[in-house]
Design a protein around this ligand. Structure first.
Ligand code: ATP
Length: 369
């Protein structure tokens, strides 16, 4: 069965004068999915969203919503709705009037019908019974849900979300990201979410498109992005990672696995870019995937504990390698389980990891911002 696609971009480019903000971008958003565009500030996320909404026109390429090309369709005729970071609710109006605002603008509907639909939208976001409250009598999370209801009441094919959790404090953001994901899953509405916060994108999305300098670096599930980053940028941008620069491929153990020399110390990793012996590489190793054994062991990398930072459920242990020609440190995350090693600063330790925990990419002189 072929999957129904709600939004598709085909070779879309947007230039502002000579500046290429979005560079030949293509992707498809399956119906009912939670799709995020993740990238640093200035990478082109907002421009993509604004082109889908119809507030910007592509310089080249086509945009489809619900299977129809919409390049020439004005914003108010497109079957999508946008939720902004600043929620743009009317603080002095009550909740119901805020939700009905969009319906009023569309016109052609009786007051009764508008109220019925608005109450229905409020029920979908779990705010039944709060219609008469003023916006400034609601919590930040409830306001967030009113903003969602105001967009949902128009029954959009796709909801475009411009970092709407960005303005919330950390605790509320954590709670709301789960809630937003549940709402989306229950409603089955397609969500297209843009954010620079990888923790948000990873925990909510079915699919993430990582963008940098206007170009798509990788489109994949959160797990795939985390475990098998396709590019140097994705490896450094998504999730915590140790980047060990200045390595050289010594040999390929098989097609997928390479042995890398980092400052005289041999390490293994995934051959993420069809590398060959002699290639200059940077090796990325996930801190939580490293095994630390107290003392000196036959196989593994010898180091000394330089720092330990307690962080609740885990500790971050900074290990200084003992046999490297130049100083190399590796961060290791240790969960506080019963079997966790009892380490002290100054202890000698042996580090090791499964090759899948590390990814080798061709060396990049200056990390992309
Ligand atoms: P942020 O996370 O900071 O919002 P972003 O990833 O959404 O960033 P965009 O706002 O899409 O990035 O901007 C992409 C690039 O295009 C930036 O360099 C920006 O300065 C530029 N840009 C955006 N809008 C315009 C415009 N109207 N005129 C000229 N340049 C623009």
């Amino acid at each position: 069965m072929t999957q129904e696609i709600d939004v598709a971009l085909v070779n879309v480019t947007k230039k502002f004068g000579d500046m290429v903000a979005v560079d030949n971008v293509s992707f498809e958003v399956p119906k009912g999915s939670f799709f995020s565009i993740l990238g640093p500030s200035g990478s082109g996320k907002t421009t993509i969203l604004r082109m889908i909404a119809g507030f910007e026109t592509p310089t080249a390429g086509d945009i489809f919503i619900g299977g129809k090309r919409v390049n020439d369709v004005p914003p108010n005729k497109r079957p999508c709705n946008m939720v902004f970071q600043r929620l743009a609710l009317f603080p002095m109006m009550n909740v119901l009037d805020n939700v009905m605002f969009g319906l009023r603008r569309h016109g052609g509907m009786s007051k009764q019908e508008m109220e019925r639909r608005a109450n229905d939208a409020l029920a979908r976001v779990g705010l039944t019974g709060l219609g008469k409250r003023r916006i400034n009598q609601l919590s930040g999370g409830q306001q967030q849900r009113v903003a969602l209801a105001r967009s949902l009441v128009l029954n959009p094919t796709v909801l475009l979300l411009d970092e709407p959790l960005g303005s919330l404090d950390l605790k509320l953001r954590q709670a709301m990201k789960l809630e937003l994901k549940h709402l989306q899953a229950n409603m089955g509405t397609t969500f297209l979410y843009i954010t620079h916060d990888q923790t948000i994108a990873i925990s909510m999305s079915d699919t993430i498109a990582v963008i940098n300098h206007g170009r798509i670096e990788q489109i994949a599930s959160p797990e795939e992005l985390y475990r098998r980053p396709a590019t140097h940028f994705v490896a450094s941008f998504v999730g915590e990672n140790n980047m060990l620069p200045g390595g050289k491929v010594v040999r390929l153990l098989d097609e997928e696995v390479c042995e890398v020399d980092v400052s005289g110390v041999r390490m293994v990793g995934r051959n993420a870019e069809s590398l060959s012996p002699g290639d200059a590489v940077d090796l990325f190793v996930r801190p939580e995937m490293i095994l630390v054994q107290p003392g000196k062991h036959e196989s593994g990398i010898l180091g000394k504990v330089a720092e330990i930072h307690f962080d609740g459920s885990h500790s971050l242990v900074v290990v200084q390698l003992l046999e490297s020609a130049k100083p190399v440190t590796i961060n290791v995350k240790i969960q506080h389980t019963e079997n966790a090693p009892d380490l002290r600063v100054g202890d000698t330790v042996t580090l090791s990891w499964d090759w899948k925990a590390a990814n080798a990419f061709r060396h990049v002189a200056q990390q992309a911002s």
